[in-house]
Design a protein around this ligand. Structure first.
Ligand SMILES: [Zn+2]
Length: 291
């Protein structure tokens, strides 16, 4: 923990960035300096998130560089759907490989704590919707087999996302509060409530700081304390006052500050409760799973 000063107030820093990608950070030196800056800003945990071969590789390497800070989620995102659905062995073959990778990496001592990011995006890739749903369902099934939480992306696919996640939740046999998270939430209050009913966490990104995000800000106070997460989605979506720059996990403090304002509580409270939630959902070595 780190003593920090913000707006003239000293407090203990403790933040968990629940979603960051390390692919585009100018190689390992870039990743190293970005994570060092995060740590000196009070970030004590980062979920490095994959989604394709390159993203998965970079997430794993970030955890090798900073094993005390970084935990890892690997999987295949919607852009992988057509390749996996039409490739040799189909989606089933892809899932066999992913399962072997997860088990092998865990045997090597790496903290592979979630499956993702996975999910649906009909904004950019509506033409591949059928393959996206097929891959999404297959990864949800693998997460049930391995009892791993999922990191879910959903854009302009609310109905289809809810349909798949409802069926997943009905079959989930893991701890009820460890089913997963809807990351970078941009939906409305009814969508949030449906996800919460299914047991999901909701993660807010720098979008809550943007001028145009008025309706999203109505969702922030609706999420119960024990289901709230914050993230940067590095390298995208840098929060105010860093807009236009490449995002990085240190800026999760700015997301926390806006979330605290919207929930009428202190920055320190948001930092502590979101870090505790992230550690419960994505437990690493040394975390008390029952706490
Ligand atoms: Zn992402």
């Amino acid at each position: 923990m780190y003593s920090l000063c913000r707006d003239g107030v000293y407090y203990w820093g403790m933040y968990f960035d629940s979603h960051a990608h390390f692919k585009t950070l100018d190689g390992w030196n870039g990743t190293q300096s970005v994570i060092e800056r995060a740590v000196s800003s009070g970030v004590t945990g980062i979920l490095a998130v994959g989604g394709d071969r390159d993203l998965n590789h970079h997430a794993i390497e970030a955890a090798r560089l900073f094993p005390d800070v970084v935990r890892v989620s690997i999987g295949h995102d919607r852009d992988e759907a057509v390749r996996l659905c039409t490739g040799e062995g189909g989606v089933a073959g892809g899932m066999d490989c992913l399962e072997k990778d997860i088990c092998g990496l865990r045997d090597d001592g790496l903290p592979i704590v979630a499956l993702g990011e996975i999910g649906l995006d009909f904004h950019y890739s509506a033409d591949t919707a059928k393959s996206q749903v097929e891959l999404f369902e297959a990864e949800l099934s693998l997460s049930r087999k391995l009892r791993m939480p999922v990191v879910v992306h959903s854009r302009e696919a609310t109905d289809e996302t809810l349909e798949s996640l409802s069926s997943h939740a009905a079959q989930w046999k893991g701890p009820t509060d460890c089913i997963g998270v809807l990351h970078c939430f941009t939906g409305d209050v009814p969508f949030a409530r449906r996800l919460l009913d299914l047991g999901f966490h909701i993660s807010f990104s720098g979008i809550v700081t943007f001028n145009k995000a008025g309706s999203l800000r109505e969702v922030v106070p609706v999420v119960p304390d024990d289901r709230l997460l914050i993230e940067t989605d590095t390298p995208y979506l840098a929060p105010v006052p860093h807009r236009g720059k490449r995002n990085e996990p240190a800026y999760v403090v700015d997301v926390a500050a806006r979330v605290a304002e919207l929930r009428g509580c202190s920055l320190e409270e948001v930092g502590e409760l979101t870090a505790a939630n992230a550690k419960r959902l994505f437990p690493g070595q040394g975390d008390n799973v029952l706490s």
